[in-house]
Design a protein around this ligand. Structure first.
Ligand SMILES: C[S@@+](CC[C@H](N)C(=O)[O-])C[C@H]1O[C@@H](n2cnc3c(N)ncnc32)[C@H](O)[C@@H]1O
Ligand code: SF4
Length: 474
């Protein structure tokens, strides 16, 4: 970390920046984009793109215990009947509504991937998990599904449940791990010993799942470079095929319980976090044999993500860095977010009462969405590419979008020049390259291309924060 200059940190460290898993960012979408608008967009896009592969995302909004860091959409409960009610009386109806609408319009979805996220899909007992899959099997050709991922809370499964998932067609597992340090675990209210994985990732299980991902979090209370180094030693020993060390998004405005993490002291600051990222990179690449696979992501050399990276097909989206095989999402369940091509984004209500009310009234539960204009599409492309590969080939963008890049992005180039003077990027007529030091500031650098939320002054930040605070479904 000695390379990171304190003045640079002071200048570019900002409390607010965006992860650009979507562009335009969600606060710039249309909040009057409801069921009818969603249906119109499906009718506009799907018949023009019948062979395009689709990922079906299904959200389960229940967990047994609250983790203080968590920004996911969930309800904490021990009442299983809540999950049964959600599944049988609402999610199934949403599935019926969506697929009968598609059928009436002679549209079949080319579903190639399924992703069960949460909350915790592991909340379901085998009976409900199987019922959900049987329901989906009635909607499209399940034999065409290539990848089926389930987010796993390791505290709620055992070997036999993982093998059961495989019998249901699941072939990728994504575990919430976060950190193996006991002090950190206490401060986030999530105790899980690494020994748990000895009983879960048995040879039988590893044989069945071609991708095993671990989510880690950087910026949790009590984390230091030393604790991180020990956690990584344990992770490397377990050897998942992919590791996503994500930066903690701390947002107590929307999730008050996050302040519980401050009880025994402050969170690691920007400098601490960058230092920990340095440790992660060194450990995983030097000791673990992992390769960098885009933003906040590492994978073993034979993992599909590495091949996708070398073909420049990989992409960063709301599920982290993905292979890019399937980039169109149709989402079901509370908070589920969809995306069709370069053209549309949509999202379902977060709040269960609003979601349920829509279903009762016979509407699809979309609460916001957007149709991208041609400028949005260019910027989205640039932001996603820079975030994954840390460089941009200007000629490729000019060819793809028929623009003169330097003319089109005159303002952005002037801003990049300032960053170039500080050694964060190198710009030529052919290329924009984020430097090794610049990589620490990637979100701040690529913010230059965000037309809606460009942060140049303190006042810009204030305006953007004001827009963020009421960003709920209402
Ligand atoms: C739905 S959870 C994973 C599955 C399961 N519920 C579990 O916790 O094991 C999805 C992932 O979101 C990430 N996440 C949750 N809160 C976050 C936050 N505040 N900032 C960044 N990532 C977060 C965590 O890494 C977590 O593993
Ligand atoms: S991290 Fe996972 S288990 Fe913890 S509260 Fe969030 S969704 Fe639930």
């Amino acid at each position: 970390m000695s390379k990171l200059d304190a003045n640079l940190l002071k200048k570019y460290h900002r409390d607010i920046f965006f992860n650009y898993s979507e562009y335009p960012t969600k606060d710039n979408w249309n909040y009057n984009f409801k069921s009818d608008d969603y249906k119109k967009s499906l009718l506009d896009w799907l018949p023009r793109n019948t062979s395009e592969p689709i990922m079906l995302y299904v959200h389960t909004p229940f967990c047994e215990q609250l983790c203080y860091f968590c920004f996911c959409s969930k309800e904490i409960t021990s009442e299983y009947k809540k999950a049964e009610d959600y599944l049988y009386n609402y999610l199934f109806k949403e599935i019926d509504m969506l697929f009968s609408f598609l059928k009436e319009n002679n549209i079949t979805l080319n579903v190639k991937e399924i992703y069960f996220g949460g909350g915790s899909p592991t909340f379901y007992k085998e009976k409900e998990f199987k019922a959900l899959i049987d329901k989906l099997k009635t909607c499209y050709n399940f034999d065409n599904v290539i990848d089926f991922t389930v987010e796993i809370d390791p505290r709620r499964v055992d070997e036999s449940k993982l093998l059961f998932y495989h019998e249901c067609g699941v072939n990728r597992l994504s575990f919430g791990v976060q950190d193996f340090d006991l002090e950190v675990q206490k401060r986030i209210n999530r105790i899980q010993d690494e020994k748990l994985f000895d009983s879960l990732l048995t040879t039988k299980v590893r044989d069945k799942f071609k991708v095993i991902n671990f989510d880690l979090l950087i910026g949790l209370p009590g984390q230091t470079s030393t604790s991180m180094s020990k956690t990584l030693d344990k992770v490397i020993k377990i050897k998942p095929t992919q590791i996503q060390p994500m930066l903690l998004h701390y947002d107590p405005f929307k999730r008050k319980y996050m302040i519980n993490m401050l009880k025994d002291g402050p969170l690691p600051d920007f400098y601490d976090r960058q230092e920990m990222y340095g440790v992660v990179k060194e450990k995983l690449m030097n000791d673990g044999g992992y390769k960098k696979a885009g933003f906040e992501s590492y994978a073993l050399p034979d993992d599909p993500l590495i091949k996708a990276m070398s073909n420049e097909k990989a992409l960063y989206n709301s599920l982290g860095t993905q292979t890019g095989d399937v980039t169109n999402f149709i989402a079901l369940g509370t908070s589920g977010g969809g995306c069709l091509g370069d053209d549309y984004y949509f999202q379902n209500y977060y709040e269960q009462n609003k979601y349920r009310e829509c279903i009762r009234q016979g509407h699809l539960p979309t609460f916001r969405g957007t149709k991208l204009n041609s400028d949005d599409k260019i910027r989205r492309n640039i932001l996603q590419f820079l975030k994954t590969y840390y460089y941009l080939n200007i000629a490729n963008i000019e060819k793809k979008f028929q623009i003169n890049f330097k003319k089109y992005f005159e303002i952005e180039f002037a801003l990049l020049k300032k960053l170039e003077n500080d050694g964060l990027v190198v710009c030529s007529n052919e290329k924009i390259q984020i430097t090794d030091i610049g990589i620490h500031f990637t979100p701040q650098i690529i913010n230059v291309f965000d037309k809606y939320n460009r942060i140049e002054t303190y006042d810009d930040q204030k305006d953007i924060i004001a827009r963020q605070i009421p960003r709920t479904s209402v």
